[in-house]
Structure formats: C-alpha cells, structure tokens
Design a protein around this ligand. Structure first.
Ligand code: CP
Ligand code: NVA
Length: 344
C-alpha cells in the first residue's frame, strides 16, 4: 500500500519530514511524466470536492487540472451557493460529502474548521489554506527551490519578510525546519511568528539541523540568503481597518532590488505565494495608492518584473505538488511501480 494512502493533509506536521520529501520527489516525477505526455493516471473515475470559503486562483486551478490529468472529476463549492456553514454544520457537511466524493479539499478560516471536517469525513481531507497553515503551498515552494538551485533543500537559507504570524509565515517556518532549510522570519516584533509555532519549528530543527530565527533586522535577516520570500501584508479574512497600520509597520520590509542585493548572493531568487501587490494594476492596489500613496507593497516591480523572480515557476508547481498529494493519498495502485513502468 502507498505510504500516505487515505491520510489527511491538514498541516505540515501531519506528516513526517520523510513524507514531505517523498511528496516533493513524487511531484517532480509526475511533472516530468506530464511534460513527456506519458503520465500514468492513478485517480481514474474518482470524484473530488473542492470546498472554498475564500477566493482562489492557483489552488482551485491546481486541484482541478491535477484531478483532470489523473482521470478524476471535481465539484466546486464556493463561498456562496451551498448550504455549508449557514444551514449545515461542518460535521454534517463532512458526512454528506463523504457519501459522494473520494477526497475533499477545504479552504477557509480557522484551522479548527478543517480539523472538524477531517474528524467527521471518511475520505482524505486536504487543507487548501486556513488562517494558520498553507501546507500545499509549502510543498510547491520547496519543489521550486530545488529546481532553481539544483541543490538539496538541506543547507539552503530563506528569509521571509512580512506578516510572519499568518499562514505563510507559519508554514514556511515549520516546513523549512522539518526539511533542514535555514529560515529567518524578518518582521517587526508585533508581527513575529508566535512563540508556539517558533517552538514547534525549533523541535524540528533540533533533528534536521536547520537554523530557525526571528529578527527585526532586514540587513542581518537577508544576509547570505538563497531565497527571499514575501506575501501580502493583509491576508484574506482580515478587516480593511488594518491596512494603515500594516503599511506603516511593513514598508521597511518591502523586497526591493536593494534588499535582494543585501543578500550578497547574485543567485538569490524571489519567491511569493501570489497574488502580489507589486503595482497599481489591481482594484485593491489602486485603492491603497489613492488612500495611502504607495505604488506597491510587499515587493516592487524592480524585483517582480526581473529574472530574479521565481514566483511564476512556483505558481505552476502548485499543480504538480497538489497532484502528488492527491495521488499519494488516493491511488490504490503502487505509485512507484506505475511511474517506474512509465519511465519516470
Ligand atoms: N497561493 C495561493 O494559494 O493562491 P490562490 O489564493 O490563488 O489559490
Ligand atoms: N497570507 C495570504 C496567502 C494567500 C495565498 C492570505 O491568507 O490571504
């Protein structure tokens, strides 16, 4: 039986570090097989539910394309139009959907909601983003880092600049610690990753050898880095009223050409889970400009529109890594054997 068969993936720590490594390698093999148009279909005839209580471009498209590539079908339930939450509890929804589907993706608010869904579902549940964790994004980030450097993850160094208390700050800190990537949260103290998550990461680092740090100092934080990572300053579900304070707090942490140069590493690449506020070409970007006079937020166009930006490769890797998660938890056939037979 495949090692992750019928398991949930609700946060990085649901799996062992070796399982995350396995998923990254599996994603690379599936990616190569798709490129060669010789992908073995290991999810034929399965049905997947995509439950989104927040908006999405990458995560939804990744689940849909990955399922189609693998011979499965998807049903999308968006923030409106179903009974979920309003007339039907998560516990009831879980039991209903388990009667129709072979796997359930959930994107929404608190981690407790996806945990409850998984508790009551009798099929695998995958977290497509909660306020606390974004584990499928972490897998895509790690695959991208190996592709960009051609090096093993162990020993690479990343700094995350921005609001470090939220899903990406948490997932990157714990995920890097598990996989041996040195990681620095670079943020004003009030937006640091919580002590609780920091302690979880330190436990992992004690085994993997990664160095995990929190600092307010941009110069020290980015020095020697292989990757600088950034995310939006205000996340989905946060009130508009926090924009002003967030802009004031985080403007010194914007990733600019000067900050990239401060790494001292000409090979340093920029990563971002996307979407990014790097110009005024979005409704919110323009509104923020009109209100606060800032042309961009977490990254400027000097970096975003340069060949140092690896965020689009990272976005494409969402699909391959999400495919790996679904295949690993749903395929009944021996995955390794099927891929080896196909030449991958
Ligand atoms: N990075 C990410 O999760 O993107 P979406 O919000 O578009 O899914
Ligand atoms: N922190 C962001 C991530 C988006 C992929 C959010 O939660 O909105």
């Amino acid at each position: 039986m495949n090692r992750l068969y019928r398991k949930n993936f609700l946060k990085e720590l649901d799996f062992a570090p070796a399982d995350l490594e396995y998923l990254i390698t599996l994603a690379a093999r599936l990616k190569a097989a798709k490129k060669a148009r010789r992908e073995p279909q290991l999810m034929k005839g399965l049905n997947i539910a995509l439950l989104f209580e927040k908006d999405s471009t990458r995560t939804r498209c990744s689940f849909e394309v990955a399922a189609h590539d693998q011979g499965a079908h998807v049903t999308y339930l968006g923030p409106t139009g179903s009974q979920v939450g309003k007339k039907e509890s998560m516990a009831d929804t879980a039991r209903v959907l388990s009667g129709f589907f072979d796997g359930i993706e959930y994107r929404g608010f608190g981690q407790d909601i996806v945990e409850r869904l998984a508790q009551y579902a009798s099929v695998p549940v995958w977290n497509g983003l909660t306020n606390e964790w974004h584990p499928t994004q972490l897998l895509a980030d790690m695959l991208t880092m190996t592709e960009c450097t051609g090096k093993p993850l162990k020993g690479l160094t990343m700094a995350y600049l921005g609001d470090a208390r939220y899903n990406m700050g948490n997932s990157l800190m714990v995920g890097c610690a598990m996989l041996g990537v040195n990681f620095r949260s670079v943020a004003p103290k009030s937006l640091w990753t919580s002590d609780e998550v920091f302690a979880l990461a330190q436990e992992q680092a004690a085994r993997s050898g990664a160095v995990i740090e929190r600092t307010e100092d941009v110069d020290k934080g980015v020095e020697g880095c292989d990757f600088l990572y950034s995310d939006v300053w205000v996340s989905m579900g946060e009130p508009d009223s926090v924009w002003k304070e967030r802009i004031e707090l985080l403007t010194p942490y914007r990733v600019t050409g000067e900050v990239m140069d401060k790494t001292g590493n000409p090979e340093c690449r920029f990563l971002h889970c996307l979407p990014a506020f790097h110009n005024r070409e979005t409704t919110i970007g323009e509104q923020i400009y009109q209100k606060y006079g800032v042309e961009c937020m977490e990254v400027n166009d000097e970096v975003f529109e340069s060949d140092r930006n690896a965020a689009f490769l990272e976005a494409a890797n969402r699909m391959h890594t999400i495919k790996a998660v679904m295949v690993a938890t749903l395929a009944e056939e021996d995955i390794d054997e099927a891929l080896t037979r196909a030449g991958f």
